[in-house]
Structure formats: C-alpha cells, structure tokens
Write a protein of this length. Structure first.
Length: 138
C-alpha cells in the first residue's frame, strides 16, 4: 500500500499539471522504516516529451542525497500520463525493470487524460504489473 500525506498528494498532482504539455516526474520518500510518504522530490523531465519521461541525472542524485541526509528512503517513482490512463505502458514496464530489477519501488502514475487527474500506484517486477492501493491522509 502507498500512504501519502494530503500535502504530498497535492504536490504530486500539482507537479503533474504543471509539467504539461510534457510528462512530469519525481520521487517519493518516507522516513526509513515507516510506510507514509512525507516528501516529494519533483524533477524535470529531461526527455521533454508528452509520451516518455527521463530523470535529470543531477536532480536524481541530489534527491537521493537529500533523502539520505534527512533519514528518508526513496519508495516510489512518480510520472504523469498526458494522454492515457494511469496504467503502466510497455515503456514504463521496460524502464522499471531496468531501473528497479528487484521491484523495491512503487510506481505512481497520474493520468491527465480526463479533466480530473487520476492517481494510481503499481509494483512492477519481472514484467508483471500489480496495482497497489493508495491511501491519502494526515
């Protein structure tokens, strides 16, 4: 299960919308040993594309170092889909397998296909996609 504070949820959706017309991306972190995500690291889509995303390497490294310094663990990758539903594309599955071969991370997708953004979460391991519930609260 992915647990987000209301503030982090709002930040993720706002970042997805602000990235238009391109996909937006970022990383989510939680205190080490805790379940609730308390920090969102918005990142620039280095691909500058409405169909794919790529982390900027410098921003990615900066987010990892900041999370470590704050006692946080990176627990999820976020990106938006500008034209499709919040479900992993074949590219998303391929990238997850290359970036996270042990399935340690969750993958959050915010769909901007409809007027109301839709956020869903998945675990991707060995090409298999499993949806994870999302809880938003304090």
């Amino acid at each position: 299960m992915l647990r987000l504070t209301a503030e982090v949820y709002a930040e993720v959706v706002a970042h997805a919308l602000s990235g238009l017309p391109h996909e937006a991306c970022g990383l989510l972190a939680a205190p080490v040993g805790a379940e609730q995500v308390t920090r969102f690291f918005p990142m620039r889509n280095a691909a500058r594309s409405s169909r794919i995303y790529r982390f900027d390497e410098v921003e990615h490294l900066r987010a990892e170092r900041t999370a470590d310094a704050e006692g946080l663990a990176l627990v999820a990758v976020m990106h938006s889909h500008t034209h499709t539903t919040a479900y992993p594309s074949p590219t998303d599955v391929h990238d997850a397998s290359a970036f996270d071969p042990f399935g340690a991370l969750l993958y959050v997708i915010v769909s901007l296909k409809d007027p109301e953004p839709a956020l869903r979460c998945y675990r991707i391991l060995n090409g298999a996609i499993a949806e994870e519930p999302v809880a938003v609260g304090e």
